[in-house]
Ligand binder design. Sequence first.
Ligand code: DNO
Length: 400
Amino acid sequence: MSDIKLEQTWRWFGPDDTTTLQDVKQTGATGIVSALHHLPIGEIWPVDEINTYKKRIEDTGLRWSVVESIPVHEDIKRQSGQYKTWIENYKQSIRNLGKCGIRTVCYNFMPILDWTRTDLEFEIEDGSKALRFDEVAMAVFDHFILQRPLAEKDYPGQLIREAKVYFEKLNENQKDTLTKTILAGLPGSEEGYTLEEFQEILDTYKGITADDLRSHLYDFLREIIPAAEDAGVRMAIHPDDPPFSLFGLPRVVSTEQDARSLIEVVDSPFNGLTLCTGSYGAISDNDLPGMVKRLGQRINFVHLRNVQRESGRTFYEANHLEGSVDMSAVMAALIREQATRQKQGRADLEIPMRPDHGHAMIGDLQKNSLPGYSCIGRLRGLAELRGLEMGLRAAMLNNV
Ligand code: DNO
């Protein structure tokens, strides 16, 4: 147990990222989390493109540890159109990654929108900027700006009344910013929409219930996991962020029960989870240390990030060791999980972990860094998490 640790990784968005690979080296991270962002969703990732990208990373002395993400085509989530072709392509991409020695793939199954926030510049008391999800702002957008038919039904009356007051105070610029924040696509989500496009694509989900989406996910897993097993690639599904329905769309990877059910559908270590403490942690029902204890054997990738839950469903992203998630209890549970794996003789002891998001702070504020993916904010997070891990591990080893 003494010399193993979590593999410290860093998300890098490719050559245009304002944080360069050389910068990443200085953070102390050794692994890169990245994707072939330029390829259209659904297309096969060719071996030569994977190898070229991999070499570029390795030339800096880093390792491409995790793919985040191979996006899942909307047709697969709806089981419509060309979905069978997209599934075959997905399998081929997994096989190709396996051939190139890339062993972990993170993905999600959220309809239309990947992660969603309503404010990208929420100033906290030290002057740094955080991302925030405000349930009132969400209702403002959904009911008053998008004017989604029947949106009102999805919110308590009191929330709609608050949203009305909020909406009436917004000027055109502010409405525009809120719209862009929700629809333009946050880093990694690969897609952005205008209001009209968004309503159109929402309509394509009409009649698709949570049970339907769940069964589409399970069918997808039954298809891809055998391919992942053959290729030696561990799949790690990312939870819904935030972990509840938005715009009346179903979401099926939000709770411990969701995670448990989906790993049971195909009972293989290659059918695993991304433990994202910030996503699961946005609702108080998710007991994160308990989840690591109970589902740890199937955790293939870890995103460590904290959230401060406010009232209702509102939250903002807090510093990594502050906020509503007990990060030291999560870390202790991960360390115990590694010790268990070691006893079991498992090869995957060094579970890849990345500091997820960070505040825009100090030099980040003058730089045009991607929302949540500032360099110094994440560096602070990684440094704190590394210290937490090292201290806890030493204390646990010596039974302090
Ligand atoms: C946000 C990220 C998500 C995540 C995908 C995984 O910061 O955690 O975009 O990458 O949902 O597929």
